[in-house]
Design a protein around this ligand. Structure first.
Ligand SMILES: C[S@@+](CC[C@H](N)C(=O)[O-])C[C@H]1O[C@@H](n2cnc3c(N)ncnc32)[C@H](O)[C@@H]1O
Length: 197
């Protein structure tokens, strides 16, 4: 990835990552977005999720858990604080709070985003604390246990909302073989991917 950022002009990179359906994401520095990515375009996925989750209806100052356990490098936490004025807890396992704190401060939202280290099955938050919980490209790592969801719902205020974006397969694979067209790329971890149904 660093090759493309070093060999492509800023303007060309911005054009490559300018998406007509994601006007808010388009306003973020393209190098910042690329250097902090941990998979698909996290800001596009969050901007796509926002209307379904009703984030526009939540008031500024609402408490949101960027459930990364999976916030990754906190890009989505910065987005939630900047775009909606939410107070965000940026929880993650692989990315260290110190590193995220620097990124969050550089993005000018240190007053509204709290980076914490948390393992998804041991969440140090009080019952009913959050107005919303968001998880982008992370839930597939820890939420596959049928009994996991109540671990999150207990953290929500009555009427609170959970929004999850995960990789998926178009159809459920037949038997124990991966779909033919994915065989060349298939990795054992991909068995956590499911069809929308
Ligand atoms: C592919 S990254 C996505 C990060 C970020 N949401 C993004 O889209 O850029 C998956 C994230 O899931 C987190 N994760 C995986 N397993 C976890 C667990 N058991 N507890 C907490 N976080 C976990 C990792 O720390 C990592 O940041």
């Amino acid at each position: 990835m660093s090759d493309i950022t070093s060999t492509t002009s800023h303007g060309d990179l911005a054009n490559l990552l300018n998406h007509p359906r994601h006007p808010r994401s388009n306003r973020y520095d393209v190098r910042w977005t690329i250097e902090n990515q941990m998979g698909p375009h996290a800001l596009w996925l969050l901007e796509w999720l926002s209307p379904a989750l009703g984030l526009e209806e939540l008031r500024p100052g609402a408490r949101v858990l960027d459930r990364g356990c999976g916030c990754g490098r906190a890009m989505t936490s910065v987005f939630l604080a900047r775009e909606h004025g939410f107070r965000v807890v940026a929880a993650d396992l692989w990315a260290k709070p110190d590193e995220n704190a620097t990124r969050i401060a550089e993005a000018g939202v240190a007053q509204r985003v709290l980076p914490v280290s948390a393992e998804a099955h041991d969440l140090p938050f009080a019952q009913g604390h959050f107005d919303a919980i968001v998880s982008i490209d992370a839930y597939q790592y820890f939420g596959t246990n049928d009994l996991y969801l109540p671990t999150l719902t207990r953290l929500l205020k009555p009427g609170g909302r959970i929004g999850v974006v995960v990789p998926a397969l178009r159809e459920k694979p037949e038997g124990t073989e991966p779909p033919e067209h994915l065989k060349p790329y298939w990795e054992p971890d991909f068995w956590v991917f499911h069809s929308p149904a």
